[in-house]
Design a protein around this ligand. Structure first.
Ligand code: SF4
Length: 578
């Protein structure tokens, strides 16, 4: 398999392909290759929204070849945190890249006018996007599907108005209902006047030993569909966790003022499934179908005229735009998700920013004049709808501050103790205990998915663990996820891709690795990412932890600063950091 990087320079209007066998051999693919390319392309101190700031997409050696190896990783400098930006998306993108023959794409520069990039195998065209600039992300997808009629496996990724207006947590919408959600890739697109990418491929992939490949493929496929390893993702989906976390007192509610929501039943996964679920679908190459789609019916005239919009949902948006804003109806949450989908906002950051603003207004840190008289009150779906639209447009000084994230807004207006961020990234939906806090703080992208601290807390709720055992688990997950993310599999399939199965799957595509090789790779990837983070100013010893985490009871009881400090001390020691 030839392993190539496609380079595109928007300032010069040029593209070229380079064989980088060395790079892929040493760093496997996906996130390993992504971080190395970022180090090559992004000099220290680069403004994330400047032409010099690169966008890197990469896939791994199993994408498009084995089941549930469906993701693509985007690596960039985050305009939200000012350091490592890393985001994963499914859909059809990794398949399209595989069959177009590019394991990585690097985009540099800035176009003179709005453009989109059309990639068909080795043919790259930079096309005018003036007529679709300003159009919402969903409609942009519809227009480009008609306009770009190329053959092959195709993926369309694009931004909405939030990305164009440089909202620091704007997302990139991938195909239908998938996203590069976190850390502001959409704003980096906007800064380059890049509205979209359309990628299609017709190449074929050859494996060295088809018989061995078929044997391994069949085994992984059977584990995926015939065991219960992935069952929960298909049935109710991740939103099944709303009730579970509510019972465990780990469901953030009203900006983490509470960890259980009295109205959780009304917004539970079971309620969505009973009342609103109309279909499920899958990323290309996945037999699970965990993407849950609801029908949202809204009236547009008084004469019983209705529009039905299809909105995808899962646990995180139900937390961020639901319990965390005190929203008591599934329909209200779907309405808010739909606004984010159209404008191109990351649902998690958007919800946490609004929950900070709600409290800030209530405490008098901001005024109705700041909000343009939009009422920000718990459970006020219409008020929050207007506020999201104002953020996407950066309508005034206050909404421009919100568009830069909760940390920035709190630094300007006050209320840093309840601006729920870790590493400047708005936090995900878990108040389970100290491992969740420490895990997100030390994680390379400050995400719950870096090391699943929330899951470590839940294990500790069943069988107590001390601080050292928790830190050991966090480090083990940090490193092993680096390996899995270099393959770029769906994290829901971690139970399918055991270490032995990874080695077998790699062997079937001609890559020989031992367990020691994989463990070494995971550690090296983590170290490279931290090197980049520190170079760009991240300092774990001075990282801010909102006081609210210590005030609200969690699944494991009240978390104390002493416990978190001790875990951070142990973490630094075990990593060998002074
Ligand atoms: S489990 Fe869900 S997110 Fe993962 S690949 Fe399948 S459909 Fe996509």
């Amino acid at each position: 398999m030839l392993r190539k990087v496609l380079y595109i320079d928007l300032s010069k209007g040029e593209s070229w392909i380079v064989e980088r066998q060395d790079l892929f051999e040493e760093w496997m693919g996906g996130t390993g290759v992504g971080i190395r390319l970022l180090q090559e392309e992004c000099p220290t101190g680069t403004d994330p929204l400047s032409p010099q700031s690169p966008i890197i997409f990469s896939i791994g050696p199993l994408n498009g070849i084995f089941p549930v190896a469906t993701k693509t990783v985007a690596t960039f400098k985050s305009p939200l945190t000012g350091e490592l930006g890393e985001s994963y998306a499914g859909g059809r993108l990794s398949l399209a890249l595989r069959f177009a023959g590019h394991e990585a794409v690097v985009i540099r520069g800035k176009a003179e006018r709005p453009v989109y990039i059309s990639i068909n195998n080795g043919d790259v065209k930079i096309k005018d996007a003036t007529s679709i600039w300003g159009i919402d992300a969903q409609t942009t997808g519809v227009i480009l599907r008609d306009r770009e009629t190329g053959v092959g496996r195709r993926s369309i990724i694009r931004i909405g108005p939030a990305g164009e207006n440089l909202v620091r947590y704007a997302c990139v919408v991938v195909d239908t209902y998938r996203h590069f959600g976190r850390l502001g890739l959409g704003a980096v697109f906007g800064s380059k006047r890049l509205k979209a990418l359309v990628i299609s491929g017709t190449e074929t992939v050859e494996v060295p030993d088809p018989k061995r490949y078929r044997e391994v493929y069949n085994r992984l496929y059977a584990t995926t569909v015939k065991t219960d390893v992935m069952e929960k993702y298909h049935d109710i989906g991740t939103s099944v966790n709303i009730n579970v976390l509510n019972w465990l007192k780990g469901l953030p509610t009203k900006n983490f003022q509470l960890s259980a929501f009295a109205e959780a039943e009304k917004i539970s996964g079971e309620m969505f499934a009973e009342m609103y679920l109309i279909r499920r679908f899958s990323c290309a190459g996945c037999p699970i179908g965990c993407v849950h789609i609801a029908a949202l019916k809204s009236a547009y005239s008084t004469h019983h005229e209705f529009e039905v919009r299809k909105v995808s949902y899962d646990y995180e948006p139900i937390y961020s735009l639901g319990s965390n804003l005190g929203i008591e109806s599934a329909e209200g949450i779907l309405q808010l998700i739909d606004v984010c989908e159209r404008t191109g906002l990351d649902v998690m950051s958007a919800g946490v920013v609004l929950s900070w603003a709600t409290e800030a207004l209530d405490k008098g840190l901001i005024t109705p004049a700041d909000t343009l008289n939009v009422s920000l009150k718990w459970n006020d779906v219409d008020g929050y709808t207007k506020a999201l639209e104002n953020i996407a447009k950066s309508s005034n000084e206050f909404y421009s501050a919100l568009a830069r994230g909760a940390d920035y807004a709190a630094a300007k207006y006050g209320g840093i103790e309840f601006a729920m961020t870790l590493g400047k990234n708005e936090v995900s939906g878990y108040h389970t205990g100290p491992a969740s806090i420490v895990g997100q703080l030390v994680g390379v992208r400050h995400s719950h998915l870096d090391n699943a601290g929330y899951s470590i807390d839940q294990k500790a709720a069943k069988k107590p663990m001390d601080a050292e055992a928790m830190v050991n688990e966090i480090i083990k997950e940090d490193n092993s996820r680096g390996v899995f993310n270099s393959l770029v599999g769906c994290l829901f399939a971690r139970g399918v891709y055991t270490e032995d199965n990874i080695i077998d799957a790699l062997g079937a595509v001609g890559i020989t690795k031992s367990k020691d090789d994989l463990q070494d790779l995971g550690k090296r990837i983590f170290d490279e990412k931290y090197k980049f983070k520190v170079q760009e100013g991240f300092d774990l010893t001075h990282a801010h932890i909102p006081r609210r985490f210590y005030e609200t009871v969690s699944t494991l009881g009240t978390v104390t600063p002493e416990t978190v400090d001790e875990m951070l001390r142990l973490y630094r020691k075990k990593r060998g950091w002074s």
